[in-house]
Write a protein that binds this ligand. Structure first.
Ligand code: ARG
Length: 460
């Protein structure tokens, strides 16, 4: 039989494959709360404006509440003949209240309806992500404070470069997440206009009050162009862009945890709760969660690219391709939520092996720059010459199997007579980090100041 919603001009129903390729209900049922919210705002406005009789509007509002209660209690049924959540809800409404249900869709199309529902969903999702990121930032701040003085090797090219503190390293991730928070907030602010009332594409001749529905749904106002309103998915792309970048940051930290948890590094021991064993190798303690966070970031970026590819060739206004906006967005949201939760748990529970970190920092001649700087400051050498002298000191230490600060004064003076005993003040890793007091530098005092600034809301 033909479709009960749009079957007027059809004699026959769709083929089974047509039904299957067309149906979005299996995934867009996830929008049921937003769909009911949007319809409630719409019907209240229709009643207010006298577009629908007040008693019908009231009956529809009651009926929508009943439908929502049914979904909440029993789940959303997957009746593919009803295509999508919008038609299902209207069919359910008709079951609940009879023919008055047919007035709900006045002055509305599924095109402005789905654009509104999906915006509401993305907006809700951003609020969830922001809450999760606040928890992750709190975990980073707590661990950074605990390790404001803990020396570790800082790397460039993954070669020991200069000592830094673990607190400073963790605060680098705090900064990345602060930018993510700002991107999500930007996206939220930009998307907060309501497409409802744009109807199919051209607007409507009914005297709708778009400002009223926008306000009822918590939007700042109505969108300004009906064609754009039904064909725009920038709000989802903005969300996915922010999500992909956030996932990229989580992936970098996950990668560091994977490296740090390896035996050659030994910088961190993940707690039992965040490791898995091997079914064959009894000694194993694998960082699977970190690896999956690293992996998920690829899928989240894939979701962004997927929606970009869906949209790039579409003429105005709505095309059914756009129904493919939801699966990648939903998947990215779920993966990001899991990734943030997993990284938060790993950061909170990790045991950092600070003795091992210190040992590696000392072994890597990581205070060579401090020696060169000392020769400039105290002995008046040009930096290039100081660099050369220090290079010889590193070579001597390497030959002798010693750290720089373990070379005797005699060994150092054999390289350059201008070196004196005060040099030992700068050769230790602690002295090195303590000296890095430039704004944003790794000195423990700076790290504490950065944590205090973050807690005081100076950064997001
Ligand atoms: N299920 C559709 C979607 O998600 C709803 C909009 C359908 N509109 C239409 N003109 N067929 O995009």
């Amino acid at each position: 039989s033909s479709n009960s919603m749009w079957g007027g001009r059809f004699a026959a129903g769709p083929s089974a494959v047509m039904r299957e390729i067309n149906a979005s209900l299996p995934f867009d049922k996830r929008l049921w709360q937003q769909d009911v919210r949007g319809s409630q705002a719409h019907v209240a406005m229709l009643g207010q404006q006298g577009i629908v009789p007040a008693d019908d509007a009231a009956a529809i509002a009651d009926g929508l509440a009943q439908v929502a209660a049914g979904y909440a209690a029993d789940g959303v049924p997957e009746d593919l003949s009803l295509e999508d959540i919008h038609m299902l809800t209207e069919a359910r409404l008709a079951e609940a209240i009879g023919p008055a249900a047919g007035r709900l869709h006045t002055a509305r199309s599924r095109n402005d309806q789905v654009a509104t529902d999906f915006r509401l969903w993305v907006r809700d999702s951003i609020d969830q992500v922001l809450e999760a990121l606040a928890g992750f930032q709190a975990a980073l701040l707590a661990r950074a404070e605990e390790h404001a003085d803990s020396v570790m090797p800082g790397f460039t090219h993954l070669q020991s470069a200069q000592p830094v503190t673990l607190g400073h390293h963790l605060m680098a991730y705090y900064e990345m997440i602060a930018r993510d928070v700002s991107r999500f907030r930007d996206a939220r602010a930009r998307m907060n206009l309501c497409p409802l009332g744009s109807a199919a594409l051209a607007g409507t001749g009914f005297p709708v009050d778009r400002h009223a529905t926008a306000a009822a749904l918590g939007f700042d106002g109505p969108t300004r162009n009906s064609l754009d309103s039904v064909s725009d998915r920038d709000f989802a792309l903005d969300y996915l862009t922010a999500a992909a970048q956030c996932a990229l940051h989580l992936s970098r930290l996950a990668e560091e945890f994977v490296l740090w948890a390896s035996q050659p590094f030994g910088f961190v021991a993940l707690s039992d709760a965040w490791s898995t064993g091997s079914s064959i190798m009894p000694q194993k303690r694998n960082p699977d969660a970190a690896e999956l966070v690293r992996g998920h970031s690829g899928r989240i970026t894939g979701a962004l690219v997927s929606l970009m590819m869906t949209m790039k060739g579409l003429p105005l206004a709505y095309s059914k391709d756009m129904q493919d906006d939801k699966p990648p967005t939903f998947e990215a949201h779920d993966l990001l939520g899991l990734s943030i939760a997993a990284m938060t748990g790993m950061v909170e529970s990790a045991s950092f092996r600070t003795q091992r970190m210190r040992q590696v920092a000392e072994a890597g001649f990581s205070t060579a720059t401090d020696l060169a700087d000392w020769l400039v400051r105290e002995a008046g050498l040009p930096f290039r010459e100081a660099h050369h002298v220090t290079g010889r000191a590193v070579a001597a230490a390497e030959d002798a199997g010693l750290a720089l600060h373990e070379l005797s004064l005699g060994q150092l003076q054999a390289i350059d007579q201008r070196i004196d005993g005060r040099v030992y003040d700068v050769l230790s890793v602690d002295a090195s980090v303590a000296s890095r007091t430039s704004f944003g530098g790794t000195a423990p005092a700076n790290v504490r100041a950065a944590i205090a600034a973050a807690r005081g809301g100076e950064t997001t």
